[in-house]
Design a protein around this ligand. Structure first.
Ligand code: COA
Length: 170
């Protein structure tokens, strides 16, 4: 092997819960890197339904046996996390045009804080474009069918959470 530098990417998110749309980006995105690290954000501005431990466990269960992908949590600035794991690139998915403005601002802010970190975007598959974790939770809370959007394991997790309390809060 030559001394070519390993390409490590980070796919960050809250993943509350992980959706088929996220998994689609991970499966397609991992081919761009020697290693893709899925970074589960421990604390975000969002109030999460699942704890970081649960979100990590769900993501790990989905990606068990998938080569070239590692799942970790982080609780720092994204760019600091990216540097700490020896990565140079952030991978983000774009679903709809309205994602663009937020993603653009985030990428520019991250570049301002840390110019060495690049952000690349991948278009989600059109059948996953309308998915959002928030909508999935809402449908699940009212007992609707979410099997198109999340895997059977995640369906079970959501069902069990909402059957306990109705609101999902423990
Ligand atoms: N398919 C389906 N849904 C998708 C998707 C895809 N491909 N890509 C994004 N989404 C959904 C998510 O489920 C989520 O839905 P929700 O808002 O209903 O929960 C939404 O789109 C985007 O959320 P997510 O991808 O989880 O990203 P986020 O915006 O919550 O994550 C972090 C943001 C964690 C990357 C950001 O807060 C961060 O970097 N935090 C660390 C602190 C930091 O550095 N802050 C400065 C940033 S400039």
């Amino acid at each position: 092997m030559t001394d070519k530098k390993r390409r490590v990417g980070v796919y960050p998110g809250t993943f509350d819960p992980v959706t088929k749309g996220h998994l689609d980006i991970i499966r397609r995105g991992r081919g761009l890197f020697d290693e893709l690290i899925v970074g589960v954000a421990e604390s975000t501005s969002k109030t999460t339904l699942f704890s970081v431990k649960e979100r990590l466990a769900m993501m790990r269960a989905e990606l068990k046996g998938v080569k070239g992908v590692r799942v970790e949590s982080f609780d720092t600035l994204l760019v600091d996390y990216v540097k700490s794991v020896g990565a140079t690139t952030v991978l983000r998915g774009l679903r709809v045009i309205s994602d663009f403005e937020y993603e653009f601002q985030m990428a520019l802010t991250n570049r301002r804080i840390e110019p060495s970190v690049e952000t690349v975007f991948m278009m989600t598959q059109d059948n996953y474009a309308p998915i959002s974790s928030r909508f999935i939770k809402e449908i699940a809370r009212f007992g609707g069918d979410i099997s198109h959007f999340v895997t059977p394991k995640v369906v079970l997790r959501l069902k069990s959470r909402y059957s306990k309390t109705g609101s999902g809060k423990e």
